[in-house]
Design a protein around this ligand. Structure first.
Ligand code: ADP
Ligand code: MG
Length: 207
């Protein structure tokens, strides 16, 4: 039986790989047409590296992060790589995660992305999906929602964040070179982040 974390990371990989062309198309509009290619390359490598019987969530996330760091060029490799590495630190030695642990995972991922990329909310990046999603998730669990219900709401917030990226100017990364011309286009990294959260939800719903 594959471990839970293996199944969850498999879902994320499938989701990213299935959306490779879409993510690349979004990056063609405001970047250099490689976001889907970068992410798919990274997650193909992750699936080669991960062992189905690895059940230490922290170890699997760390391996994922290191693989993304080493295999993915562009801005997104180091950013996602650091996010997974930091998420691995807060889950080290755990074989299951509860509702609070998942909040810690998201918060660690945000901190990692910000440590590397120095972006804040509203700069048209992956954080415009992850920050509102994490805020919504935290709110829902403090109201007593279970993990699936809270993540379901968080995914909706992530999608709203993706929509919001269409309305703002990019001030970080390659898209910032376009200035005002970046308005009207949805951010590829915010989109891959929303897809990632949806894959985690999908895994939690079917487990
Ligand atoms: P590159 O821009 O080097 O070609 P990708 O195309 O793979 O890399 O990734 C682009 C995505 O990376 C953007 O859509 C954006 O979401 C994200 N990104 C870029 N710079 C930053 C940053 N400083 N902080 C957070 N995310 C960023
Ligand atoms: Mg690119």
């Amino acid at each position: 039986m594959p471990s839970g974390i293996y199944k969850c990371l498999s879902k994320i990989s499938e989701q990213i790989i299935a959306n490779k062309d879409f993510l690349t198309e979004l990056d063609r509009e405001i970047g250099d047409s490689d976001h889907g290619i970068n992410m798919a390359r990274g997650f193909n490598a992750v699936m080669e590296k991960l062992s189905p019987d690895e059940n230490d969530i922290g170890a699997a996330l760390k391996k994922t992060g290191m693989t993304l760091l080493s295999k993915v060029g562009g801005a997104s490799g180091p950013l996602y790589g650091t996010a997974y590495m930091e998420a691995g630190k807060v889950t080290a030695g755990k074989t299951e995660i509860n509702v609070e642990d998942l909040k810690a995972v998201f918060e660690a991922a945000i901190a990692g992305i910000q440590k590397r990329g120095k972006a804040v909310k509203g700069e048209k990046t992956m954080l415009d999906a992850l920050i509102p999603a994490t805020e919504k998730y935290s709110q829902k669990i403090s109201e007593g929602s279970d993990i699936v219900a809270a993540l379901d709401e968080a995914c909706k917030a992530a999608r709203e964040g993706v929509e919001y990226t269409k309305t703002i100017i990019a001030t970080k990364g390659r898209a910032s070179y376009l200035g005002e011309r970046s308005i009207g286009h949805q951010d590829p990294g915010a989109t891959s982040m929303a897809l990632t959260l949806e894959a985690i939800l999908d895994y939690l719903k079917t487990k």
